[in-house]
Write a protein that binds this ligand. Structure first.
Ligand code: PHE
Ligand code: ZN
Length: 868
């Protein structure tokens, strides 16, 4: 394979195999920030200790920093002894082994639109250092294996920047002349530069506290923009729940007496785990049930937990290099998923996580940007904050937990923490610790999970010997992607299965597939069925796809016998898909459709069924779900078929749905988490009924747009998304007028409008960008519009290619402002190969056109992968 080269002929890729320890250690850093009107003066003193005695040079990372002066131990370094290049600083001929390097630099946060390094958001100065943002603030060996103790002085005008925050504890606070003030922060725990943070601005603080299990009082401060104080109670209670849970489950206690969270309006990602100063996207802090849906409340709770859990998995034990990113992210996702499962419903949580993984990670893994959980090379590490690193990484740990059993898992985990505390570790070391006292699993073989890409496929066949009462299950595994040599090696795959002998007799087992082909034999199986029925990967026990010899007749039986939420929802999904595929082929299978509808009716009538599960079972797949799994796609036809099915099911299930509606209506007012299942189901029911041309339901739903439950308000709004009627405009206006001054909520309105197909052209979408309330610096709003338009609005796929061209223009424009957001968004084109003509050619042409422009390296790397 030809590797891309830059002009000098050096490979652009950073490779895992090239890892080398840095020539110096930097045990201490002193930073001094003087915040002025248009710039920030940053003076950094690095204490350097030479490790590699053979070197006389020092190369530090640094981008877009104006250097004023450099000193070594207080003596000025003359210009001829250092060289500043675009992304680094090289100092030559250093004779000392231990010295203090002082760098005086100037940066301009106000001019920074990338939301990386130090930037301004609504007048607040803030930082984002992960992964490589620190080098835009000051020169440093900006890599996660350099751990230093930070002392930070911040000085600024008292009126403009009354609040000055950084990591750790406050050492000193002083008033200075000229209405200025200073504060000194000291973080006692050595940390890599990506965990550094600074915030300065007009913020209000909501205070609370938490008493740890060893009776230490931790002050909790949540900082928000003026006026937002009333929206932080949910964040505070989520944080306290997380702190308690980590003590109970993992025996991990918070290690400082202060924990700060800041909510920032302009933030690329969800949130960031900077040591003791977590910075959040406002939409993941500001919440109450009037402004936030149930799902969002749960997500916020989960993200707050996630960032808090990083304090041990990520901060105290950090990553050696960015190839180990999943060491902190996969593990922390695993922990936050466990947390949500423990505090809510574990079966529903498992169902949600499996659904998320299959929809997003499987899509990524079958496309051009597919990569192993431990990638072997990258150009821009920012492009690797993916669902593979996060969610597949978590699935691997879930399997590990399952394979070694809880007792060993938690013992191994504690050993891992105590061995690597204060250090930078690798994924290998983590797996070794968990498997240390286990003889059955070969660590080397298990680790192949980290090196393979692509979704593994498992095949099953049953062989039934009635006379001997013996059931044999033949299993085999393979990986569809051949390019990666590791993909040819067998994985260790835990399979949860159930054997149904009849309605009342089920055998549940976990078997472990370790080789390419393997037989599992079950004896003394007494079954009345023609052949015992088997369900595989219950609870989604491994992140794989599978195929079996189960017939559709048997699948109907599964829907009767199974109790596992995941298997039920997966089986239902198989039916939906089958029905959709037949219809796309213009050969509707009415027999299956009718039988399936009767099955759904019996689910609706079952009064014991979990209502979230029921909502899941009644949800006809969306375009995005179908898109991620099909080949030779005709997008407009898919949209049409899905609409047809909603109409059909809404009509056929009407009576039962109305009945259910009545039954649950009385629970809608309950306070989250109470009532959430009912509210989830109601959106599904409304949507189906609206699609059945039910006029009566319309006026009923409209009443909810103004509801004091955001879940119901948005459910009302969204259920109208694909219903072309005058009421749709009415409800959109009600929502807009109510929420136009709340930017977090208003993003839902932008999203809703981006889903509406008013005409065949993109004019109506352009109007959203022209709206006075559109803020071009807000990644949230940009994503709300762009993502919804491409996944829920068929205009994107206009047959003349105008939708693609329109989006291309947006990509080119916004890439100049914010490469991180655009390089992620551009993956919308990654499956062009799976589309039919003319869509495929139109998309390809568009991608080529985009490529002709001057793009960020982030976006370029993704585009290069899409069209090699
Ligand atoms: N580390 C953050 C998290 O998962 C995500 C993030 C990455 C945020 C890069 C900002 C920049 O929790
Ligand atoms: Zn994380």
């Amino acid at each position: 394979m030809n590797k891309p080269k830059n002009q000098k002929g050096i490979s652009k890729y950073i490779k895992l195999e090239d890892y080398k320890v840095f020539d110096y250690e930097i045990p201490e850093i002193f930073m001094d920030f003087v915040i002025n009107k248009n710039a920030v003066n940053v003076t950094t003193k690095l204490k350097l200790v030479k490790k590699n005695k053979n070197t006389k040079n020092l190369i530090l990372d640094g981008t877009d920093i104006l250097i004023k002066k450099l000193f070594i131990d207080d003596s000025l370094i003359e210009k001829q002894y250092y060289k500043q290049q675009k992304n680094n600083l090289k100092i030559e001929n250093i004779k000392k082994d231990i010295f203090l390097l002082k760098i005086e630099g100037i940066i301009k946060p106000k001019e920074n639109t990338s939301l990386l390094g130090m930037y301004e958001s609504n007048g607040i100065i803030t930082t984002q250092c992960e992964a490589e943002g620190f080098r835009r603030i000051s020169f440093h060996a900006d890599r996660p294996d350099i751990l230093s103790k930070y002392t930070v002085r911040i000085e600024a005008d008292k009126n403009d920047y009354p609040v000055l925050l950084s990591n750790g504890n406050v050492l000193k606070e002083n008033n200075l002349t000229n209405n200025r003030h200073e504060i000194i922060w000291e973080d006692p725990y050595p940390k890599p530069s990506y965990l550094f943070a600074l915030v300065a601005g007009k913020l209000n603080c909501v205070k609370d506290n938490f008493i740890t299990k060893s009776n230490k009082k931790v002050k909790i401060n949540i900082y928000v923009e003026y006026g937002d104080e009333k929206y932080v109670q949910h964040a505070i209670s989520s944080l306290k729940k997380s702190m308690k849970w980590d003590e109970d489950k993992y025996n991990l206690e918070y290690d400082l007496s202060l924990f700060n969270i800041v909510a920032i309006r302009h933030f690329n990602m969800g949130a960031m785990e900077n040591k003791s100063l977590n910075i959040f996207n406002s939409k993941l802090i500001l919440a109450n049930s009037e402004t936030t849906t149930d799902e969002e409340l749960e997500r916020i709770e989960g993200v707050i937990a996630h960032e808090y859990f990083h304090n041990w998995t990520g901060n105290r034990v950090t990553c050696r290099d960015w190839f180990q990113l999943s060491l902190k992210e996969g593990l922390t996702v695993f922990r936050d998923q466990q947390f949500t499962a423990d505090v809510h419903n574990s079966e529903i949580k498992r169902l949600d996580d499996a659904k998320f993984l299959r929809r997003n990670q499987f899509r990524e893994d079958s496309g051009p940007t597919s990569h192993p959980v431990m990638p072997e090379k990258y150009q821009e590490i920012d492009n690797f904050y993916t669902t593979t690193i996060y969610e597949k990484g978590s699935e691997i740990i879930r399997m590990l937990n399952k394979l070694v059993k809880d007792e060993n898992f938690y013992k191994g985990f504690s050993n891992y923490i105590s061995t690597y505390d204060g250090k930078a570790a690798t994924i290998d070391q983590f797996v070794d610790k968990i498997l240390e006292h286990n003889k059955e699993i070969d660590p080397k073989k298990f680790k192949i999970w980290y090196k393979q890409n692509g979704t593994p496929k498992v095949k099953f066949k049953r062989i039934w010997d009635q006379t001997d009462e013996k059931l044999t299950i033949e299993a085999s595994q393979s990986n569809p992607i051949k390019k990666n040599l590791y993909n040819d090696l067998p994985l260790i795959i835990p399979i949860n299965l159930a054997i149904f002998c009849d309605e009342n007799k089920t055998i549940e087992k976990t078997v472990v597939l370790k080789t390419k082909k393997q037989e599992f034999v079950f004896r003394n199986i007494r079954s009345h069925l023609q052949i015992p029925l088997v369900t595989y990967f219950r609870e989604f026990s491994s992140p794989v796809e599978w195929e079996s010899d189960t017939t559709f007749e048997e699948k109907f039986l599964i829907l009767r016998y199974e109790k596992d939420f995941f298997t039920l929802s997966n089986t239902v999904k198989v039916f939906y898909k089958k029905i959709i595929l037949c219809r796309l082929d213009e050969k509707p299978d009415h027999k299956i459709e009718n039988k399936f509808i009767s099955t759904l009716i019996s689910f609706i009538k079952n009064r014991d069924i979990n209502l979230s599960l029921l909502s899941e079972l009644l949800s006809i797949p969306t375009f995005a779900e179908i898109e991620s799994e099909m080949e030779n796609l005709d997008p407009l036809k898919i949209y049409k078929t899905i609409d047809e099915l909603n109409h059909l099911f809404g009509t056929k299930l009407k009576e039962e749905l109305y009945f259910k509606l009545q039954e649950i209506e009385t629970s809608l007012d309950k306070v989250w988490p109470e009532g959430k299942n009912e509210r989830k189901l109601i959106e599904t029911i409304w949507k189906l009924l609206l699609h059945s041309d039910d006029e009566e339901i319309k006026s009923k739903i409209i009443n909810y747009v103004d509801s004091n439950s955001m879940t119901l308000a948005k459910a009302a709004l969204n259920s109208f998304s694909r219903i072309n009627c005058p009421e749709r405009k009415i409800i959109s206006n009600i929502f807009f007028n109510k929420w136009k001054n709340n930017s977090v909520v208003l993003d839902s309105w932008f999203s809703f409008n981006a889903s509406i197909e008013i005409d065949e052209k993109t004019n109506s979408i352009e109007k959203l960008f022209e709206n006075t309330y559109f803020d071009s610096k807000s990644p949230n709003t940009l994503r709300a519009i762009l993502n919804t338009f491409v996944t829920r609005n068929s205009t994107f796929h206009a047959i003349d290619g105008s939708g693609y061209k329109y989006i291309a223009k947006k990509i080119i424009d916004f890439d100049k402002l914010n490469p991180i957001v655009i390089s992620r968004f551009i993956k919308v084109f990654s499956r062009y190969n799976y589309y039919s003509e003319p869509y495929k050619s139109n998309m390809l042409e568009t991608i080529k056109q985009i490529k002709k422009n001057k793009l960020s390296t982030n976006t370029k790397e993704v585009l290069d992968a899409i069209i090699e």
